[in-house]
Structures are given as structure tokens and as C-alpha cells.
Write a protein that binds this ligand. Structure first.
Ligand SMILES: CC(=O)N[C@@H](CC(=O)O)C(=O)O
Ligand SMILES: [Zn+2]
Length: 313
């Protein structure tokens, strides 16, 4: 057994992002609530900033105005000069990068929690972008324990082609939080309260870490992004089948070769023909029709997480 301890600087600057997508209501309402009164998110050793990422999209209750903000934080976008002629979200990405970044620099915020809702039946899910960020893996482990017996899943997106340039990626430690099912533009109290509780535990963890607590080595189960699966489409690009009723709402359950996947409008079943079991998630997410994704498949694995503590000097 390795006894590696990873040391990190204190995580003093923490942001909570809502409204990266303007129709995902739980994060939007929490951030606007905490902007008016931050007593719930205040901790003595952490400076926590609630922030509304795409206020114009929030006002319209749309995912975005010109382009998806959660794909806009590319090196190219962040480095292009220019102003008014750029898509609104590209301008906004540059502003967010100035306030919370610059991305990849020592001046960047320590942690960003980015709050999202999904129409899929995913429950509470962390989205992580690196399997080697032991700080983030320890946050997730702490919150999973605190939430038990309620479950909290981890979607790991390290896929070279399927990874995208997220809003939270400007921070040193990027944590996405996706809670569903909740329709676009709708608030559901159970989803709102789950998200609120997870943020509370996350800030409690950072407070403990900053006060010098060492978190021992542990293991975390994650679901690693494997493939995107599109709806069957006709020659005009219109969808020609729906998610099959046996797959609908079955996020995180194994999909085996031969299992029903889609149902055509005339009642035919299309089955999964992969080589072995996969774990689908983001099943029938409303925002992904335009991205040509009916669901994403994942593989389940367990990561060994090092113990962590803060730097002593
Ligand atoms: C439904 C949705 O918006 N999901 C997010 C996931 C994430 O934050 O990585 C997105 O596609 O940007
Ligand atoms: Zn979202």
C-alpha cells in the first residue's frame, strides 16, 4: 500500500456558479438566494462567491443566447481579442475567465462548483474532469458518506474527444454538480434541496481541509465516459425512434448486448449491440437532442484516492 499524502494549498477562494445554462432552475434559484443572503454558504476559513454565469439566458429562461457557454472556455476563445462582434457567450466566457481565472494560472480560483440540472433520471451526480485530482476525489468521497443512504454518483469525463471546455474549468479544481430529474424551466423542491445539501457538505469539507484535517486514503466508484449514442435518424436528420421504455429513467443501470435501446414510431425495438455491458447516463436529456446524443455510455471503475492535507508552509 502506498502511503502517499498529497499536499494542496488552502482552498480560500471558492465560487458557486449557477445559470451556466439559463433554464436549469435549481442552481439559478440557489445562487440568486445566496447572492441576497450568504449566511448559509459562509464559512470562517473560506471565501465563497455565488455567481450567475449567463444572466441574459436566465432572463430568457433559455439554455443560451448564441452558443453553449459550457463549451466556450477553449484556449482559442479565451485568447482571441475582440468584442461586440463575438457571440454573447464567448464575450461572457472571457469576462468569467478574467474574474475567476485566468484558466491554468496560479491566480485562478481554487474551487468552482457549477450547478446544473438535467431532465434525465440521474439523481445527484458529480461531474469530474480528471482522475488524478485527489482533492476533488476526496470532496466527492466526503459528500458520498455524508449523503448516505442517499446515493451520489460520479461521472468522470476524461475522454479525449468527448471532453468539453466547461465554465468551471477556469478553476484549479473544477466540480460539476448535475441533479435530476427536473424539467427545463421548472423548480422541483426535492431537487433544489438535494443540491443545497450537497453544496453545504462541500463547503464543510473545504472548511475542515483548511483547518488542517487530514483525509485518509480511500476508494471512490466512478463512471467513466465511454461513448455518445445518438437517436436513430432519417435521411433528413430527423429522429426516427425514441428512447425505449425499458431504458427510459434507467440511468446508471447496466445495458447489456441485446437489451432494448430505442423504439421506432411504428413500434419496432432497436437493441444494444455492443460487446459487453455499459452503464448509460444522461438518458433522454432535453438539451442533448441538438447535440445528437440520446445518452452517453460509461464504464464503472473504482479509483484509489490518496490521503490529502493542506501545505504546512
Ligand atoms: C444537461 C447539461 O447541461 N449538462 C451539462 C453537463 C456538464 O456540466 O458537464 C452540459 O452538457 O454542459
Ligand atoms: Zn447544464
Amino acid at each position: 500500500m502506498s502511503s502517499d499524502v498529497c499536499c494542496f494549498a488552502e482552498a480560500r477562494r471558492v465560487a458557486i456558479f449557477g445559470g451556466t445554462h439559463g433554464n436549469e432552475m435549481s442552481g439559478i434559484m440557489l445562487v440568486s438566494m445566496w447572492t441576497k443572503n450568504d449566511s448559509e454558504i459562509r464559512r470562517s476559513r473560506v471565501h465563497t462567491k455565488p455567481f450567475m454565469c449567463n444572466p441574459r439566458a436566465v432572463e430568457k429562461c433559455a439554455r443560451y443566447i448564441d452558443t453553449d457557454l459550457n463549451r466556450a472556455f477553449t484556449a482559442e476563445n479565451l485568447s482571441t481579442p475582440g468584442g461586440d462582434e463575438l457571440p454573447y457567450e464567448v464575450r461572457r466566457a472571457k469576462e468569467i475567465n478574467q474574474i475567476f481565472g485566468p484558466k491554468g494560472s496560479p491566480d485562478a480560483y481554487d474551487v468552482i462548483f457549477d450547478l446544473h440540472n438535467t431532465t434525465s433520471n440521474m439523481g445527484s451526480t458529480f461531474i469530474l474532469e480528471s482522475s488524478t485530482d485527489h482533492f476533488n476525489l476526496q470532496i466527492v468521497h466526503y459528500i458520498k458518506k455524508a449523503m448516505a443512504p442517499e446515493s451520489c454518483m460520479v461521472l468522470l469525463n476524461e475522454h479525449p474527444q468527448l471532453k468539453y471546455a466547461t465554465t468551471r474549468s477556469v478553476a484549479k479544481h473544477a466540480v460539476g454538480l448535475e441533479v435530476g430529474p427536473q424539467p427545463q424551466g421548472v423548480l422541483r423542491s426535492n431537487i433544489f434541496e438535494s443540491m443545497r445539501m450537497i453544496v453545504k457538505h462541500a463547503l464543510d469539507f473545504i472548511e475542515l481541509f483548511n483547518s488542517g484535517v487530514e483525509f485518509p486514503a480511500c476508494r471512490v466508484e466512478v463512471f467513466r465516459v465511454h461513448e455518445r449514442v445518438d437517436y436513430p435518424r432519417d435521411t433528413n436528420g430527423n429522429i426516427s425512434a425514441m428512447v425505449h421504455p425499458h431504458l427510459q429513467d434507467c440511468d446508471w443501470e447496466p445495458l447489456n448486448p441485446g437489451d432494448p435501446m430505442f423504439q421506432t414510431f411504428d413500434g419496432r425495438t432497436i437493441v444494444y449491440e455492443g460487446a459487453g455491458p455499459v452503464y448509460p447516463t444522461f438518458i433522454n436529456e432535453a438539451a442533448y437532442y441538438e447535440k445528437h446524443q440520446a445518452f452517453v455510455t460509461t464504464f464503472r471503475e473504482t479509483l484509489a484516492v490518496n490521503s490529502i492535507r493542506k501545505n504546512t508552509k
